[in-house]
Every structure is written in structure tokens, then in C-alpha cells.
Design a protein around this ligand. Structure first.
Ligand SMILES: [Zn+2]
Length: 103
């Protein structure tokens, strides 16, 4: 694992879908040990409930998978790679947010 000092994205990026500043989040425990561990100390996630990516996700998951779930836009700080992280409710993953004192 790389030191977080060498991460490419160390300040909150803006979500390309809604323009809101993304939040720092601790990677959820369930992703560790599944062979696809994130390998990062934290990740950037858009927690805006009005984000089009998140809003459209509910419909997409219902239509394509018959599931009540959605996903939030996320980006990895070490290499800048972006993707989606699945959530089952509006509050999903919110307990993982790392609040930062300085703005
Ligand atoms: Zn967004």
C-alpha cells in the first residue's frame, strides 16, 4: 500500500455529475478480503442525494436488476480512477465519512 502522501488527489474533487464537492470516506470493511480490496486509506465519494448519478442509479438498478439500490460516484485518491460504489439506502455509507476540520 502506498503512503497516502503520494496520492494523486489529496484535496476534495468536484463531482462531474452534480458539481458538488466530494467527501472523504473510509473504504467499507466488506470490500476487504474479497480479492478486490480498494487498497487505499480513503476514497472520494459524492454524497449529494440530488446527484444525477445517484438519482438515476435507483431507476437503473430497479429496471436492470430488480433491486432497490443505487450507487454513488466515487474516485480513488491514489491513481485518480473513478467509478461507482453501491448503496442500498440514502444513508448507505454515510457512517464511513471522514469529517475534516479544515476547509
Ligand atoms: Zn455528484
Amino acid at each position: 500500500m502506498l503512503s497516502s502522501k503520494s496520492y494523486k488527489i489529496t484535496t476534495a474533487p468536484t463531482c462531474p455529475h452534480c458539481g458538488v464537492k466530494m467527501k472523504k470516506m473510509e473504504p467499507p470493511a466488506f470490500t476487504i478480503g474479497d480479492g478486490l480490496g480498494w487498497g487505499v486509506r480513503y476514497m472520494w465519494v459524492c454524497f449529494n442525494d440530488e446527484c444525477s448519478f445517484f438519482v438515476d442509479g435507483w431507476e437503473h438498478m430497479r429496471v436492470n436488476y430488480g433491486k432497490t439500490a443505487s450507487y454513488r460516484y466515487m474516485c480513488l485518491p491514489d491513481n485518480g480512477e473513478s467509478g461507482a460504489i453501491c448503496v442500498l439506502s440514502y444513508d448507505g455509507l454515510k457512517g464511513q465519512i471522514i469529517e475534516e476540520d479544515s476547509e
